[in-house]
Design a protein around this ligand. Structure first.
Ligand code: TYM
Length: 333
């Protein structure tokens, strides 16, 4: 962590397998930004339990996600990589921020409404409080920037509102965070349903490319991707969501601009195009998968990384929490 650098915060939930949407929308950006900011990257297991989780599976996915972050290029020497529940300040600040948040605004959150529909038998308080915990995550670290996908914009807005409310009620305490998005990849869509975001928990797994998918699966899924009938490879997310989504995926995975990709595929058929996208993705995923597997064999190393990350995170988080406790009048011994 360098003095003078601004802080950056982001997190991913250890639920299901991650998709290339999570990778392109968030993690790839994290890797790029770790040289310019003091980065805190968390495995958001406290958010994960707002939907029932199998305990053994949650534990396994937590470690597996830590290995994945490193395999994707997060450098634990540069960035604090840690598990959210190992820093109690998250839950503590969440409680305080709850008193600066209105029930009405939480009920209007799109993700809350979606998840309430999906898990109608378990609309628990945590599900509703999810954005406040996310605000606590970000604000504890005085994060100036938060790299996320488009689906998290509403949550970031609430975090900003809560920060401003608190700052106005007392004196400036929290940095008001900005979201950063990797333009071409902020909203990677489902391959079979390109009007919807690609999701870890989609009903049809053939619409999502998981980071664990092997080469044959990647190629099979891309071959079946929904396009349109006009046969032209051009970028127009409104009129041609399927083709545009494939162009975005290709562009980010190959580090080529969308314009360049459009020229590259001009005059070629959809079959050819889909195969080229599939092969590019499969080529990029293979070394990440191999590295993740290697890292997972060394639990001691991973635990060491998560402990060091926790200590760095806890130091910063507790500094903010102490400030907050003083301002609101909590008795200090
Ligand atoms: P999660 O685990 O659902 O997703 C992790 C990140 O991946 C992005 N993402 C996508 N980006 C582009 N296209 C997609 N199809 C796509 N699907 C997912 C998400 O926007 C996210 O950036 N609540 C967060 C985790 C969290 C967090 C935080 C994030 C907890 N505390 C504080 C930032 C700051 C979540 O559920 O992400």
């Amino acid at each position: 962590m360098k003095d003078g650098n601004k802080n950056l915060y982001s997190a991913v939930q250890p639920t299901n397998n991650l998709t290339i949407g999570n990778y392109l929308g968030a993690i790839k950006n994290w890797v790029r930004l770790q040289n310019d900011y003091n980065c805190y990257y968390a495995i958001a297991n406290m958010h994960a339990i707002t939907v029932r989780q199998d305990p053994a599976e949650l534990r396994r996915r937590t470690l597996s996600l830590a290995a994945l972050f490193i395999a994707c290029g997060i450098d634990p020497e540069k960035s604090a990589l840690y598990v959210q529940s190992t820093v109690p300040a998250h839950a503590e600040l969440c409680w305080v921020l709850n008193t600066f948040t209105y029930v009405g605004e939480m009920g209007r959150m799109t993700q809350f409404k979606d998840k309430s529909q999906k898990h109608a038998d378990n609309i628990n308080m945590g599900l509703m409080d999810y954005p406040v915990l996310m605000a606590a995550d970000i604000l504890l670290y005085q994060a100036a920037v938060v790299p996320i996908g488009k689906d998290q914009t509403q949550h970031l807005e609430i975090a900003r509102d809560i920060a401003q409310r608190f700052n106005n009620a007392y004196t400036p305490t929290f940095t008001v965070p900005e979201g950063v998005y990797l333009k071409a990849a902020a909203n990677i869509c489902d391959l079979l349903n390109p009007d919807k975001k690609m999701s870890k928990s989609a009903e049809n797994i053939n619409g999502s490319i998981f980071l664990t998918d092997d080469r044959d699966t990647v190629i099979r899924k891309f071959k079946r991707a929904v396009t349109d009938s006009d046969g032209q490879i051009i970028y127009d997310p409104e009129k041609k969501p399927g083709v545009s989504n494939l162009l975005s995926i290709y562009s980010v995975f190959s580090d080529k601009s969308i314009d360049y990709a459009v020229k590259e595929f001009s005059g070629r058929g959809y079959g050819d195009f889909k195969l080229a996208v599939a092969e590019t993705v499969a080529d990029k995923l293979a070394p990440i998968q191999a590295e993740q597997e290697k890292l997972l064999k060394d639990k001691e190393y991973l635990d060491g990384v998560l402990k060091k990350g926790r200590d760095i995170a806890a130091y910063t988080a507790n500094k903010t929490l102490n400030k907050v406790y003083k301002k609101i009048g909590f008795y200090q011994i």
